[in-house]
Design a binder for this molecule. Structure first.
Ligand code: WTA
Length: 676
């Protein structure tokens, strides 16, 4: 973002007064077996050795042709990693393991209903299913290298199969989180120009079989209104051979995958030899404007990076059973359920449903049954598990050697429960800080080398060199909050925003780049958009976003996105969203609405606006409360004072409001919120 667009880092965002915490040390048993336990790694990965130190990451993969150049900066800040190299991601995640490990479980799929059997899919079976489906994509759906395809699917074994089949053909996949609405799916279909949509008929959530296919019908309709025609919808069945949705299949457009696959029995598809810099996938994420941006990730750089992170930070060995309880529809699932673990030939667990269904012991039963030894989740899930079943983990017999927390800041008290109750005091924990844009980790301790500090994610991972700048671009010292940036490029970093290079450059580099024509990476520090402090020990503590992004249950949402959704309701004149602290979700959106003149504020209208937001984005964006206010508090230049609304919602101090254009309205809104 450019300098003028940067919003003030509010007091609320930086007022995280956690005291310094004690260090926790990994056990010698863990260190002894760790993939990385030599502290010399940090010297090897010092900036003096940049970018060559990253060749060791690329060497974890199997290449058809080695690269000519490690890093090409000629189009900075759009970088090409391992330029000229050729590889295929599906080959690296499947084929190369067959000779030694075809009989090993690649994916354990755990259905939400406990009475249904866990599916254990071997690498050989994954190979067969990915090949047959790739043949279907090629011959039935007529997809070819470079095409984009939108995938709107819930957690299932078919989701990674679909992604890997795309990768095999060089088709760029764009997975939309299953909980997103048809409208959100349509936006992504349009932006990525997908003519094929892949969905599932239904899935389980909290014990109910939810219809999902209807989203496809609606999304296709909305996309068509915006000029993007989807001619083929491929529908996987939750129960193969039995269609579980209520909406009919559309003749000539919808194809039942499970029936169609019969034509492809025994088919094999030679993997496309992709250039390292060819895009592998798009992952849309929220930013400062209402329009989600398609983060474009490359093939060689991304795969090398997530494989290395899975090996060194997640400490995955081929014999491990690894469970990342994120959703594949988010970047965490792409990198750390699918690509990283499978590239390392691990067994990865995919769980369909809610971690606390049917009770708070479910997650630990899964861990016990599958003998999971690496566990990965987000603070929001940890808070929920702690609240609903603080004593549940002790009832089950599992043994985690390693655990991860990801996606939002974790309160030290929650971290400590995770360590003692879930990890039983035996697991090494990493708090991994990163983003959709970054492909893999930015900051974390190396679990076999450094001690842990509750509430701090740790130093930059080997190869990543963070720096905290003030708004003028001066580095700040320990204990002072500023904007955390990364000084150097890294292979997992996204290549651009799909179709919008200017937005990419402006958003992530505009603030600190002073030489827009420079081809030298040193001139392009990457702006994460987070505020952070660093301790004397070099451990970073991420405080929260400096832009209009909020983190609800680990889901990244744009306040502008929710506001634009609310404006779809005819009655709404102005909308303002502020984050409210929530015990389990971290944050929740509070929606303030000023109605058009003459419209009466009623409870029905408030509910209607809330429903409109859910329809436009998905239930995850449902406002905590819709406040129909007489007017928005505004500056004299007419800017809505979201900071004041945020203070009211969080029952904090609104500060001095006398300089506002309409200070009297603040008291009115405050009364409304306090007395509700
Ligand atoms: C936040 C998720 C504190 C941060 C992988 C970042 C974190 C945003 C952490 C990205 C962490 C992520 N500690 N905050 N360990 N990890 N964040 O794109 O604000 O969904 O910018 O990627 O989540 O969210 P995204």
């Amino acid at each position: 973002m450019s300098k003028k667009e940067v919003l003030e880092t509010t007091e609320a965002q930086i007022a995280v007064h956690w005291k310094e915490e004690e260090l926790y040390y990994p056990s010698s048993k863990f260190i002894g077996q760790a993939n990385l336990n030599d502290p010399a790694i940090f010297d090897k990965f010092s900036l003096d050795n940049f970018p060559d130190y990253y060749t060791s990451f690329a060497e974890l993969l199997t290449w058809y042709k080695y690269w000519d150049e490690v890093l090409d900066t000629s189009d900075a800040p759009c970088y090409k990693w391992f330029k000229g190299g050729k590889l295929n991601a599906s080959y690296n995640c499947i084929d190369r393991h067959l000779e030694k490990n075809k009989n090993k479980t690649a994916i354990h799929f755990v259905p939400e209903l406990e009475e249904e059997n866990v599916q254990h899919i071997t690498y050989q079976e994954l190979y067969v299913r990915v090949n047959e489906f790739a043949a279907l994509l090629r011959d039935t759906a007529k997809l070819k290298r470079g095409d984009r395809v939108t995938i709107h699917m819930p957690m299932s074994a078919e989701l990674p199969i679909t992604m890997l089949a795309c990768a095999r053909l060089g088709v760029i996949h764009s997975v939309v989180f299953g909980g997103f609405s048809a409208s959100a799916s349509a936006d992504r279909i349009v932006d990525s120009q997908s003519r094929v949509l892949i969905v599932t008929d239904a899935y389980y959530r909290a014990g109910n079989l939810l219809e999902h296919k209807k989203n496809a019908d609606d999304a296709v309709k909305i996309a068509a209104e915006q000029g993007q025609v989807v001619d083929t919808v491929l529908v996987w069945e939750r129960y193969p051979g039995k269609y579980s949705a209520d909406t009919p299949m559309v003749e000539g457009r919808d194809i039942s995958v499970n029936a169609e696959l019969k034509k492809y029995y025994g088919k094999r598809v030679e993997p496309e030899q992709m250039l390292s810099e060819d895009p592998l996938f798009l992952m849309y994420t929220s930013g400062t404007t209402g329009k989600p941006k398609g983060c474009q990730h490359g093939t060689g750089g991304y795969l090398a990076y997530v494989t290395a992170m899975s090996k060194y930070i997640q400490d995955i060995h081929p014999e491990d059973v690894y469970w990342c309880m994120a959703d594949i529809g988010w970047i965490t699932g792409h990198s750390f359920i699918v690509y990283g673990p499978l590239a390392l030939c691990a067994s990865t667990v995919i769980y369909e449903g809610v971690p606390t269904y049917p009770d708070a012991g479910r997650s630990w039963r899964i861990a016990q049954e599958l003998d999971v030894n690496i566990f990965h989740t987000a603070p929001t899930a940890i808070r929920a598990l702690r609240k609903l079943g603080p004593d549940e983990p002790a009832k089950y017999n599992y043994d985690f050697k390693h655990m991860t927390t990801v996606g939002e800041p974790i309160e030290p008290a929650v971290w400590k429960w995770y360590e003692s109750a879930v990890g039983k005091g035996r697991a090494a924990i990493v708090d991994t800080y990163w983003q959709t844009e970054t492909g893999g980790f930015l900051c974390s301790t190396v679990p076999g080398i450094s001690p842990m500090k509750p509430g701090s994610c740790g130093p930059g991972v080997p190869g990543i060199h963070p720096i905290i700048f003030d708004d003028e671009g001066k580095p700040v010292g320990p204990g002072i909050a500023g904007n955390i940036c990364i000084q150097n490029p890294w292979p997992g970093m996204f290549q651009t925003i799909w179709g919008d290079r200017d937005r990419f450059v402006d958003t992530y580099f505009g603030m600190y780049n002073t030489k827009p024509d420079s081809k030298d990476w040193r001139d392009w520090p990457y702006l994460t958009g987070d505020a952070a402090t660093v301790g004397e020990d070099g451990y970073y503590r991420v405080l929260g976003r400096i832009d209009d992004v909020i983190n609800v249950s680990g889901h990244r949402l744009g306040t502008k996105e929710i506001e634009s959704a609310a404006l779809v309701a005819d009655e709404v004149a102005e909308a303002a969203v502020v984050p409210v602290n929530h015990e389990i979700k971290g944050k929740e959106p509070d929606l303030y609405i000023a109605l058009k003149p003459g419209i009466e504020a009623t409870d029905e209208l408030a509910k209607k606006i809330s429903d409109v937001v859910c329809e436009q984005i998905g239930k995850i964006a449902k406002p905590r409360k819709v406040w129909l206010v007489p007017d928005m508090p505004k500056t004299r230049s007419g800017k809505i004072m979201r900071r004041v609304l945020g203070a009211i919602s969080n029952k904090g101090d609104v500060g001095n409001v006398m300089t506002l254009a309409n200070p009297e309205v603040v008291e009115e809104i405050k009364d409304m919120v306090d007395n509700s």
